[in-house]
Design a protein around this ligand. Structure first.
Ligand code: PMP
Length: 426
């Protein structure tokens, strides 16, 4: 099992056998309130009829079409629908099957773009400490999580990292964007000076770092990155695998922060988690740069057997339709203040050293147990599961990202459940 202590899990497995709307059903028949939208992906809630029906219909009608030199209408329809809801300035799409593949695709687009423009000396990729960009080699190279990197050799060369933006001393218990840390974006100027702009292809960041504990960018930080990258001809890539599709109360984080990248990486909420799929959106400048050669030439030599798979495309189209019918891409904005107040009511509970939130995502950071590998947050996860709540933990941090259909009553239920758990753990 992925990212799981397998031997420990086998001794006391936790199994889900069904799911509907906001709840999972466990193998011992209990209801568990989904506080994490599965793994930050089931944004419309579970087993939504429109999506379920679309999948069954598409599987019967056209199950698969070759992805190379052949097409099918649903993938094109989906690309157009995505561009309709994407930030202006991102208007072409490449399909993948996961966030990790979207990241690799985006990095390859960035490198190849400079080459087709005759600027092949731009080979460096800049990521960020505590960034998570999936588990493939490009992603773990630009990512900034040591446990994901240390067993796998030299990784990609020519990679550097910005510092992370987490600052407990100055920003603890901030609601929304923290005040302190804008100057951390200026570290990009230092990196540019160190390597020279002419060697740097792209900078990749998660607008809000999710997997390493919901690290919200300081005020003005992403705009500063945009200004510096633009000034030096460096592409800016936003990894919106978590922040995309309404998580912050806007369709994408780019909308929330008013900063448009050159390339946007998505997955998860694209199909509501039902079928693996990702999409990478690029600017017209990038698209056009690839279109300059002779017509018979394959412009970008890359793709997957399942790129734009018909059933995945149908699931994504039905997902986007569900989001539209229920205004889910903006619902988070209405609920965010309520969610923020509920979450911050946990201040003062045992072990809590920070609480942070943006849109419908939040984190509760717990005091580490000195000198011990045991994490209180994991004990909280186990206790929460036993008492009927699914939360996510990463190190000493509890992360919450409920489906966007959550009610205020269910927010209270979730937060009160966590309050009880915190009071019960050592
Ligand atoms: N990027 C980000 C920001 C993610 O959060 C994730 C998954 N948590 C990924 C990439 C990788 O996605 P996947 O697990 O679908 O490969």
């Amino acid at each position: 099992m992925p990212f799981t202590a397998n031997r420990q899990f086998k001794k006391s497995p936790r199994m889900f056998v069904a799911a509907k709307d906001m709840h999972y059903t466990t193998s011992d028949g209990r209801q568990v309130l989904d506080g994490t939208a599965g793994l930050w992906c089931v944004n419309a809630g579970h087993a939504r009829p429109l999506i379920v029906e679309a999948i069954a219909k598409q599987a019967a009608e056209l199950d698969y079409a070759p992805a190379f030199q052949m097409g099918h209408p649903k993938a094109f329809e989906l690309a157009n629908r995505l561009v309709d809801i994407a930030p202006r300035g991102l208007d072409h799409v490449l399909f993948t099957n996961s966030g990790s593949e979207s990241v690799e695709t985006a990095l390859k687009v960035a490198l190849a773009y400079h080459r087709v423009k005759g600027d092949g000396s731009r080979f460096r990729l800049i990521g960020r400490e505590r960034g998570y960009h999936g588990v493939n080699f490009g992603g773990i190279s630009v990512g900034g999580i040591v446990t994901n990197r240390k067993m796998f050799g030299t990784l990609l060369t020519g990679v550097d990292h910005l510092p992370h933006t987490h600052n407990l001393a100055k920003n603890a218990f901030t609601k929304g964007e923290p005040e302190h840390g804008l100057d951390l974006a200026d570290e990009l100027e230092r990196i540019v000076t160190l390597h020279d702009a002419s060697t740097i292809a792209a900078v990749i960041v998660e607008p809000v770092a999710g997997s390493t504990g919901v690290l919200i960018p300081p005020k003005g930080y992403l705009q500063r990155l945009r200004d510096i990258t633009k000034k030096h001809g460096i592409l800016l890539i936003f990894d919106e695998v978590i922040t995309g599709f309404g998580r912050l109360g806007t369709p994408f984080a780019a909308d929330y922060f008013g900063v448009t990248p050159d390339i946007m990486v998505t997955a998860k909420g694209l199909t509501n988690g039902i079928i693996p799929m990702g999409a990478v959106l690029v600017s017209p400048e990038i698209h056009d740069a690839f279109m300059g050669g002779p017509e018979h030439v394959i412009e970008f030599f890359h793709g997957y057997t399942y790129s734009g798979n018909p059933v995945a495309s149908a699931a994504a189209l039905a997902t986007l339709e569900t989001y539209k019918q229920e205004d889910l891409l903006t619902r988070g904005a209405e609920l965010a203040p309520y969610f923020a107040d509920a979450l911050h009511s946990l201040k003062g509970e045992p072990h809590v050293i920070d609480i942070r939130n943006i849109g419908l995502v939040g984190a509760i950071e717990l005091d580490p147990i000195a000198g011990s590998p045991t994490k209180r947050a994991f004990s909280a996860f186990l206790a929460a599961y036993e008492s009927g709540f699914l939360i996510r933990t990463t190190g000493d941090i509890i992360a919450l990202s409920p489906p966007l259909i959550i009610s205020k009553g269910q927010i209270d239920e979730l937060i009160d459940g966590i309050r009880t758990v915190l009071r019960g753990i050592a």
